[in-house]
Ligand binder design. Structure first.
Ligand SMILES: Cc1ncc(COP(=O)(O)O)c(C=O)c1O
Length: 408
């Protein structure tokens, strides 16, 4: 009774690791939750209050999203990207993930996915029934494709339409794409479309975030939302910014949206106006500084000839590579690590790497962000002592992981 396309989708090892973690925890074992990545911070209080004030909003809202919300988002995005976006260019969805899913459904062409990529791109592309073309990346390019690598794919069949997924700062690598200009040259040369997933952009550690839309705005759909910078993953609000000349895509997404989720929860949309219009720079700076300090702590304490990794540049993640060759797959390595130390990582194979590549994703968010911010005081530089006090599980888990890697 199931379609083949669905039957062949396997539950990711994310679920398996979560199940095993839960089982071990029930048996009384201490688990270091470095597998699951979600914001450790609470939603800013003014935004929470606005949600409470709007609990009575019970009407369906316009399918494309509340006009006032789209106005504030268009204004903010226009300033940030130095390009004129109008409220009509914005679509609000129940998370950016859902909007990406609809994009896969409506798009007819080839999907270019870098490896590594976020876990949901590939299954969504499979469900969308387009041809998927993977571009393998290397550490020295920050795990992003080069323009030349993308061009090579396109040259195999220039007649096709292409949709390239680009996610910077990246999940799982924690890296920023340094090759936006050369990629945008290819995008313009072959008239392809980019889905620029900028969900972690506010959490870029060095204020050096750049969007590919700065180079080719007419070809770029920007995808982002409240989930990461605002700590509101469970609220389910994301949006697309679609330039005028891609109106055909926007109109089709709107049709599918109207036949599926209808419109995003009204109170959440009203609260989102406050999220995007009040000044949250202090909250964002604090979150960013804490994540940067913890990310660097993990990096400094793990890097060795046993664990190779790049310094984190934004978001919640690091991608360690183990030099040990005794495991046949990264999933088996993660399984052993979890059973022997309680440290949960996700295997690189979940992100598109070949199973025998000993890569894994480490999320350094196993701490209470609210408490950490409260204890920041004026500390510009976050000391290791403060990290030890406020993120003890990260510190303990990193020690265990390091010892384990040295011992195998
Ligand atoms: C790279 C990336 N894109 C998109 C999403 C989904 O975001 P949303 O909560 O807006 O659906 C996530 C969430 O984990 C993510 O890591």
């Amino acid at each position: 009774m199931l379609k083949d396309i669905v039957k062949n989708l396997k539950p990711s090892s994310t679920l398996k690791i979560n199940e095993l973690s839960k089982k071990l925890e029930d048996e009384g074992k201490k688990i270091f939750k470095f597998g699951f990545g979600q914001s450790p911070f609470q939603v800013p209080l003014d935004v929470v209050n606005e949600l409470k004030n709007n609990a009575h909003q019970n009407k369906y809202l316009p399918m494309q999203g509340l006009q006032e919300l789209r106005e504030v988002i268009a204004k903010k995005t226009s300033i940030e990207k130095k390009y004129k976006y109008k409220p009509e260019n914005i679509i609000i969805g129940p998370g950016s993930k859902e909007l990406m899913f609809l994009l896969h459904i409506i798009f007819d062409g080839n999907i270019i996915l870098p490896v590594p990529s976020w876990v949901s791109y590939l299954p969504q592309a499979i469900i969308g029934r387009n041809k998927i073309q993977l571009v393998h990346t290397v550490r020295k390019n920050n795990w992003f494709p080069t323009g030349e690598e993308i061009e090579k794919i396109i040259l195999k069949n220039k007649e096709k339409k292409y949709l390239l997924f680009l996610n910077s700062p990246n999940n799982p690598s924690g890296q920023i794409c340094q090759k936006l200009e050369e990629i945008s040259d290819i995008v313009k040369k072959y008239n392809i479309i980019v889905l620029s997933d900028e969900i972690y952009s506010e959490l870029t550690f060095e204020d050096n975030f750049q969007s590919i839309s700065n180079y080719c705005p007419e070809k770029t759909i920007i995808s982002t939302g409240l989930s990461k910078w605002c700590g509101a993953g469970g609220w389910r609000l994301g949006h697309f910014v679609i330039p005028e000349n891609l109106n055909e895509l926007k109109d089709s997404i709107k049709v599918l949206a109207s036949e599926t989720f209808s419109s995003v929860s009204a109170p959440i949309q009203y609260a989102a106006i406050t999220a995007y219009s009040n000044d949250h720079s202090e909250y964002i700076n604090n979150s960013k500084n804490i994540l940067k300090a913890i990310g660097n702590y993990v990096y400094e304490n793990l890097k060795s000839n046993k664990i190779i990794l790049n310094k984190p540049q934004g978001g919640f993640y690091l991608m360690p590579e183990f030099s040990n060759k005794s495991f046949s797959t990264s999933a088996k390595l993660c399984d052993s690590l979890l059973k022997e130390t309680g440290v949960a990582l996700l295997p690189g194979s979940d992100f598109g790497f070949a199973p025998q590549q000993m890569l894994a994703r480490l999320s350094f968010t196993d701490f209470n962000g609210q408490e950490f911010i409260k204890n920041l005081k004026d500390e510009k530089k976050i000391s290791n002592d403060l990290i030890l006090k406020q993120a003890p599980r990260v510190v303990e888990g990193v020690n265990k992981l390091k010892k384990w890697a040295d011992s195998i």
